[in-house]
Write a protein that binds this ligand. Structure first.
Ligand code: SAH
Length: 379
């Protein structure tokens, strides 16, 4: 009797099993066909890889450098305009590679000169990137993931969940698009990885993008002008500091104790605060660590908590960036008033810490820290 019901159960589940197999087979085939008909994206290539590929395709050794200079120095992704490369070669490159940046679907401005861009990715997802005008330079705020897996309680990107990692080309395309906005500007640029996602959970793409950013024939931006903001993924933090020593680190601390940090930032249960602080204390680096501290009304903004924070940072060459919370309608946190922010800051100053209060720009267009989130389209 038991055996009979087992067989019956098995028969009942067969259609769904078959459907699953059919679906995964279909996806495999679609993936394969897509791979065969879509060309590789040239913005995914490092200079040495392009050199190798072009050499194998019969190009002269210096063509790859010329291509890189067009793509990055001149910010031209249209091979027909690459005038110092022969016509036949240009046509061949266009047959071999997709060269264009991803399209800008929408952009929004605010009065202070902050602009937010919505970029369409090849699979239909959309990513946000922000251009900020500062007093004497521009800052690019770049995204490394679509959504974010960290689910920090106060962050809008965290609330939308994780969709996928961005590829290095998808990171680079953000830089190129923002640079096109500044055509003719040759002054200082700061690149900050503080947009959507946790950069150190997408280390491979981040590192590849950083190479194209710092490559002299690439974007040629000094890594000293790049800041990677992280909730603290220790293993990749070590990799980053080893692979790109001049890159600046911003650490999202956000709480004066490990217990409160675990509540606000669940990642802290896996990546212990003590371990991270020990690394910051012991590892010698050229730059001080910037500790970002989002001030949340009634949660982490009391003078006592400022004193705890100063104790926590004792012995770490650090400066503190206080970020009064940028409110999100769907999240239950508020920004403290200016007097509370000022009191908190005063306690830290008294303890001889360097403190900057960062009143984020771009709140009007929901492009300030922790406000980037691509909402699902209404059906
Ligand atoms: N995942 C990375 C980078 C993205 S968040 C990180 O955690 O650092 C960039 C910074 O914005 C972080 O310091 C984060 O704590 C802060 N932030 C997140 N939401 C915020 C909000 N609503 N208001 C102000 N700052 C916020």
């Amino acid at each position: 009797m038991k055996r009979k019901s087992k067989i019956l159960n098995y028969c009942r589940s067969l259609p769904s099993l078959l459907a699953t197999c059919h679906l995964s087979l279909n996806c495999d085939i679609i993936g394969l066909v897509k791979k065969l008909i879509t060309k590789p994206w040239i913005l995914e290539r490092q200079l040495n890889e392009l050199k190798e590929e072009l050499r194998a395709a019969g190009f002269r050794p210096f063509t790859a450098r010329q291509v890189f200079q067009w793509l990055y120095h001149k910010n031209s992704q249209d091979p027909t305009a690459w005038s110092n490369i022969g016509k036949a070669d240009r046509e061949k490159i266009a047959r071999l590679y997709e060269c264009a940046c991803r399209p800008v679907l929408e952009s929004q401005n605010d009065e202070q000169g902050t602009r937010k861009f919505l970029i369409g990715l090849a699979d239909g997802l959309k990513v946000e990137t922000v251009l900020i005008r500062e007093k004497d330079h521009y800052t690019f705020c770049l995204s490394t993931q679509m959504g974010c897996a960290l689910a920090c309680r106060f962050c809008a990107t965290g609330a939308m969940g994780f969709r996928r990692n961005l590829s290095s080309g998808e990171i680079i395309t953000q830089v190129l698009i923002l640079k096109k906005e500044l055509a003719g500007y040759s002054g200082k640029l700061n690149l900050v990885f503080m947009g959507m996602g946790e950069p150190l959970l997408n280390y491979e793409s981040l590192a590849r993008a950083l190479r194209a950013i710092s490559e002299p024939d690439g974007l040629n931006i000094s890594p000293r002008h790049v800041t990677v903001s992280t909730a603290g993924i220790l293993e990749n933090l070590k990799n980053l500091e080893q692979d790109f020593p001049p890159v600046k680190i911003a650490f999202s601390l956000n709480a004066p104790t490990s217990a409160l940090r675990c509540e606000l930032m669940p990642v802290s249960r896996r990546e212990s605060l003590d371990g991270l602080l020990a690394w910051f204390r012991e590892h010698k680096r050229r730059q001080r660590i910037t500790c970002e501290y989002v001030l949340l009304q009634g949660v982490n903004d009391s003078p006592d908590q400022a004193r705890q924070l100063a104790r926590l940072l004792h012995g770490i060459p650090a400066k503190v960036n206080l970020i009064p919370y940028n409110e999100n309608p769907a999240l239950p946190f508020q920004r403290p008033d200016e007097a509370t922010v000022e009191k908190f800051r005063a306690v830290l100053l008294e303890k001889s810490l360097t403190v900057i209060t960062r009143w984020s720009k771009g709140q009007g267009i929901r492009s300030a820290c922790g406000q980037l989130a691509v909402l699902p389209e209404k059906p």
